[in-house]
Design a binder for this molecule. Structure first.
Ligand code: NAP
Length: 288
């Protein structure tokens, strides 16, 4: 079997078309602010991609850049003034922040209605309550959108989520188990006794581990659906730049799975598209 492609790029393009219509009907232009601290090159690439997406869709973007030695207070002051600015609908702090900053404390300061990353405790808590109309973290929300777009039946299926981070694995598990999706979910993490056996029992595997190509073909039940969230840089001397991007899933899984999301071109574009969707939702609700 050669797996079909769960094409995040195509799914994101479809979603963008629907967002353009919603933006055209908004009372005011949706406006996203991104705060970036320091000069981590990968973070700057991610921010550029988000700003490009805003431009493509007609979302206004404001980009606040602070030096690596900025204080926590400076970032806090930026957030507080953005909370008070009624022309702004979304606030995003690009992760990771420099080590001397408390990312959790800063996230807590963001007005939950403008928390387009969905990381504020009140937005994460709403997912536990089954209230899925708010700001849902972009990566797991993007995975759900992609599964539905790909026609994947989730109800009554066994799903395994590898990873339990607050930003991906844990909300992913809750979304799969939520009413409407109705999967039966197992969370696998670094202390799981037999991760391979858990995966082999699953109809749907979502890998969000951060370990290149850890999930190999012998972990996957024939015909299962596999979503690869991982983005890892691995050395590759055959490339001019000396590295390539690898997911958490080995490419050989394509011989076993019925559907597989590629890296790149899978979950990555969906994450950015869901950030745009959260910004539009915030603009709609602030002016309704
Ligand atoms: P994270 O915070 O480091 O969490 C990784 C999780 O994997 C942890 O829960 C950890 O378990 C678990 N884990 C580690 N080693 C394991 C093993 N050998 N067996 C089973 N579980 C293991 O990472 P994250 O932020 O969730 O990100 C995961 C991956 O997704 C990374 O590659 C990241 O770059 C990628 N990512 C992609 C997107 C996108 O847009 N495509 C967005 C976000 C993240 P413990 O809790 O026990 O330590």
């Amino acid at each position: 079997m050669t797996a079909g492609r769960l094409d995040g790029k195509a799914c994101a393009a479809d979603l963008e078309e629907r967002l353009k219509e919603r933006i055209a009907n908004c009372n005011s232009q949706p406006h996203l602010a991104v705060i970036i601290v320091g000069d981590d090159p990968a973070s700057h690439v991610y921010v550029r991609n988000k700003i490009r997406s805003c431009e493509r869709l007609g979302i206004k973007s404001t980009h606040v850049e602070l030096p690596a030695d900025a204080t926590q207070q400076q970032v806090a002051e930026s957030i507080i003034s953005m909370n008070d600015d009624s022309s702004l609908h979304g606030i995003l702090i690009q992760s990771p922040l420099p080590k001397h900053m408390d990312e959790e404390a800063l996230t807590d300061l963001i007005d939950p209605t403008k928390d387009v990353d969905g990381f504020h405790p009140s937005n994460l808590g709403r997912i536990v309550q089954g209230r899925l109309d708010g700001m849902i973290p972009c990566t797991p929300a993007g995975v759900m959108e992609m599964l539905r777009w790909g026609g994947v039946e989730m109800s009554g299926k066994k799903a395994v989520v590898i990873g339990r981070s607050f930003n991906v694995g844990m909300p992913q598990a809750l979304l799969l188990a939520a009413k409407g999706a109705d999967a039966t979910v197992t969370i696998v993490h670094s202390r799981t006794a037999d991760s391979k056996a858990e995966c082999l029992a699953a109809d749907i595997v979502i890998a969000a581990v951060g370990r290149p190509e850890m999930v190999t073909a012998d972990w996957i039940k024939p015909g299962a659906v596999v979503v690869d969230v991982g983005i890892n840089r691995v050395e590759d001397s055959s490339r001019d730049r000396g590295w390539r991007l690898a997911g958490d899933v080995h490419p050989d899984v394509a011989e076993i799975a019925s559907l597989l999301s590629p890296v790149p071109g899978g979950v990555g574009p969906m994450t950015v598209a869901m950030l745009m969707a959260n910004t539009v939702t915030s603009a709609e609700s602030q002016h309704s």
